[in-house]
Design a protein around this ligand. Structure first.
Ligand code: NCC
Length: 438
C-alpha cells in the first residue's frame, strides 16, 4: 500500500514540476511579479515551502481575453430601502476589534528578505486566529439536527494519518467528493412536483464551450482598495455572492458577473427585492437553503429554513430564459460532512457559508479557481463587507458558519505562494485529476 502511495506522490510531484516549468516558460507575467526568490521565514523554513509544498505566484499566467462569453449586469445595490429590514434569524455576534494590526505586515517587494518575513509572520498570525476561532464553539444549539458520527475504523485512521502529509490534493478531493450540485428537473421527487417544472432544462454553464479559469469574489471588507478588478475580469467565470454590488466598486471587484450564489434569506426577504432587482438578472443564479441535516428533498420542500420557493417561482415565471437554479440541500450537508471529516475538532453544526458552497459548486467546472479575499490579506480592515461600513471581524473569522474551518481547509488546497495569498489576497485551487481522487 505504501509503495503505491509513494508512486502516486512521486507522479503528482513530477506532474507539478512539469506544469511549473511549462507555465513559467510559456506564460508572461501580467503584473511584473515573479516568484523566483528564495526566502526564509523566522523559523528558517522557506515561506514558499512552509508546509512542504512549492507554491507559485498566481500572476504567472497567460490570459487570452478573446472569445469569452461575458455576462454583465447593470448592478445597483440590491436592497430595497422602502421595505422594512428584517432582522436576521441568526445572531451574528459583533466583534469590533481586530485581533492584529495588519498594516504593520504590508510590504511590496516580494523578493526582499524583509517582505518575506513580514508575510510569513502575518500568515502565522492569521492561521493562529483561524485555529482559535475554529475551536470557539461552546454549547451551541443544534438547530439543524446535525447527526454526524465520525467513523473510527482503520481506513479512517489511515486517512487521518495521511492528512499530516497531505499536499492539498486530499482536501481538494474531499470537496469534490461532496458533489455540490444544482437540482435538475429529472431528480425525484422534483420530476413529479410543480416546482420541478420551473427548473431550467440547461445544465449549469452549458453555454460555455470551454472554461479556462474562474474567480470567486468574496464580499469581505478587505476587497476595498485591492485594485484587483482587472485581474478578476480576466477570468472566464466570475462568481459573486448575495447582493454584493459591482457598481461603484469596479476597480476593486471587477465588472463581470457570471454567477451569483445567493442564500435563501436573500431570495425570500422583501428587502433584497430578488424578483425585481437588476443585480440578479442576466446572470446565472444558484440559490441555496440548507433545510435540516439528512432529510429528504420532500421534507426540505415543506421545511426550508427560509421559504425561497415562492420568489424562485416568481423569478422563473418572469424570466423564463433565465439560468436560475436551486442547489441540492443534501449536497450542502455532504460538503459539511467533508469539512468536518477534514477538521479534527468539532465544527459548528451550521451550514457552510455561501463562499465555501460556491467553491465546491464551481471547482468541478474549472481547471483552477482564484478565490479572492476569502483568506484575508494584509488589507484586512475589520469591515464585514467591501460595500458597507459595518465593522465586524466575526464576518471574516467566523461566528455562525463554520467559516474558520472552511478557510483552513481552503488554505490547505491553495497552490499560490504566500505573497499572492497574504499580500495580494488571492488563493488558487486547482481541480484535481479524477484519477487522483479515487
Ligand atoms: O456576508 P455574505 O455571507 O453575503 O458574504 C458572502 C461570502 O463572502 C465571504 N466573506 C464575507 C465577508 C467576510 N468578511 N469574509 C468572507 O470571507 C464568505 O464566504 C461569505 O459566504 C452567506 O454566506 O450567504 C452570508 O450571507 C450573509 C447575509 O445573509 C447576506 O449578505 C445578505 O445580507 C449572512 N449574514 C447574515 O445573515 C447577517 C452571513 O452570515 C453569510
Amino acid at each position: 500500500m505504501f509503495s503505491r502511495l509513494y508512486c502516486r506522490l512521486m507522479s503528482v510531484t513530477v506532474c507539478f514540476l512539469l506544469a511549473c516549468c511549462y507555465e513559467s516558460v510559456k506564460s508572461p507575467s501580467i503584473s511584473g511579479y515573479h516568484s523566483t526568490g528564495e526566502h526564509r521565514n523566522l523559523s528558517g523554513k522557506s515561506f514558499f515551502e512552509n508546509d512542504g509544498r512549492q507554491r507559485r505566484s498566481v500572476f504567472l499566467l497567460k490570459y487570452n481575453a478573446t472569445d469569452k462569453i461575458i455576462f454583465q449586469s447593470k448592478e445597483k445595490p440590491a436592497t430595497n430601502k422602502s421595505q422594512p429590514m428584517q432582522r436576521p434569524r441568526f445572531y451574528l455576534p459583533r466583534r469590533t476589534f481586530l485581533p492584529l494590526d495588519p498594516k504593520t505586515f504590508i510590504c511590496y517587494d516580494r523578493n526582499s528578505y524583509e517582505c518575506g518575513n513580514k508575510t510569513a509572520l502575518y500568515r502565522d498570525r492569521i492561521l493562529g486566529e483561524f485555529h482559535k476561532s475554529a475551536k470557539m464553539i461552546v454549547n451551541e444549539p443544534n438547530f439543524y439536527n446535525v447527526d454526524y458520527r465520525r467513523k473510527y475504523h482503520s481506513r479512517w485512521d489511515f486517512r487521518e494519518a495521511m492528512m499530516d502529509y497531505d499536499d492539498g490534493s486530499m482536501a481538494t478531493c474531499m470537496v469534490m467528493k461532496a458533489k455540490v450540485r444544482i437540482l435538475r428537473k429529472r431528480d425525484p421527487p422534483m420530476n413529479k412536483l410543480p416546482l420541478g417544472k420551473f427548473f431550467p432544462k440547461r445544465k449549469l454553464f452549458k453555454m460555455f464551450q470551454e472554461i479556462r479559469s474562474c474567480a470567486i469574489v468574496s464580499s469581505a471588507g478587505s476587497m476595498r482598495n485591492s485594485r484587483l478588478g482587472h485581474f478578476i475580469d480576466l477570468h472566464d467565470i466570475v462568481m459573486r455572492f448575495n447582493n454584493a454590488p459591482v457598481e461603484g466598486f469596479e476597480e476593486d471587484v471587477g465588472t463581470k458577473t457570471t454567477i451569483r450564489v445567493v442564500n435563501s434569506q436573500v431570495v425570500s426577504k422583501a428587502e433584497f427585492n430578488f424578483v425585481n432587482s437588476p443585480i440578479f438578472q442576466n446572470i446565472t443564479i444558484a440559490a441555496w437553503d440548507p433545510g435540516k441535516y439528512n432529510v429528504t428533498l420532500k421534507d426540505w420542500l415543506e421545511n426550508a429554513d427560509f421559504n425561497l420557493f415562492v420568489n424562485y417561482e416568481k423569478f422563473r415565471k418572469r424570466y423564463p430564459k433565465s439560468n436560475a437554479y436551486l442547489i441540492d440541500p443534501q449536497s450542502i450537508w455532504k460538503l459539511w460532512d467533508q469539512l468536518q471529516g477534514f477538521t479534527r475538532t468539532p465544527i459548528r453544526c451550521n451550514p457552510p457559508s455561501s463562499g465555501f458552497i460556491g467553491l465546491a459548486l464551481l471547482l468541478p467546472h474549472c481547471p483552477y479557481v482564484d478565490f479572492i479575499e476569502y483568506v484575508p490579506s494584509t488589507r484586512l480592515n475589520g469591515r464585514c463587507h467591501y460595500y458597507s461600513d459595518e465593522i465586524n471581524s466575526a464576518c471574516t473569522f467566523g461566528a455562525w458558519h463554520p467559516l474558520a474551518a472552511e478557510k483552513l481547509m481552503t488554505l490547505k488546497m491553495n497552490v499560490a505562494d504566500d505573497y499572492a495569498t497574504f499580500q495580494n489576497g488571492i488563493i488558487r485551487i486547482r481541480r484535481p485529476e479524477p484519477k487522483s481522487c479515487s
